[in-house]
Design a protein around this ligand. Sequence first.
Ligand SMILES: Nc1nc2c([nH]c(=O)n2[C@H]2C[C@H](O)[C@@H](COP(=O)(O)OP(=O)(O)OP(=O)(O)O)O2)c(=O)[nH]1
Length: 154
Amino acid sequence: MIDSSTPLPLFPVVAAALVDEEGRVLLQQRPGGKALAGLWEFPGGKLEPGETPEAALVRELHEELAITVAPDALEPAGFATEPLPGRHLLLLLYVIRSWSGTPVALEADGLTWCQPAGMGAWPMPPADGPLVRQLAAYLADNTSSDVAPDSGTV
Ligand SMILES: Nc1nc2c([nH]c(=O)n2[C@H]2C[C@H](O)[C@@H](COP(=O)(O)OP(=O)(O)OP(=O)(O)O)O2)c(=O)[nH]1
């Protein structure tokens, strides 16, 4: 018998907040027939055996969006955990500001670019609520402005 203290296997998933020059972030719609169909998510997916999180995300973004990302473009930006049936989701979010190619929905039902402050309008999986808040805070703290640095000090 499994009691509530039985640990669930950890289920690591990597996800990307692709940020464009206007500060918008790409979301994709999960396709029909999959768990959480119709909800909007950060592109990404499960790790394959032996894969690092970064390698998995580079691979997933190529498979899902046909874009190429250099591993050093990945900025760790937040995480969330969520109990799922039979396993426990560990969702790792990376910010990515540069890539090659134009994202196209190879697996998703649709793509949308939205400002982090407007993401609440898009229905997302339960685990994503904390990620959206962390992302907004991360971008507020880690986005350079167009103002030139003060060069008046010696
Ligand atoms: N990529 C991504 N997955 C998310 C997000 N939020 C969230 O709860 N998840 C969950 C949904 C799935 O349980 C898991 C991602 O797995 P997945 O999409 O690669 O795999 P899947 O089981 O849905 O489909 P498959 O690969 O077996 O066909 O992470 C998110 O923002 N992005």
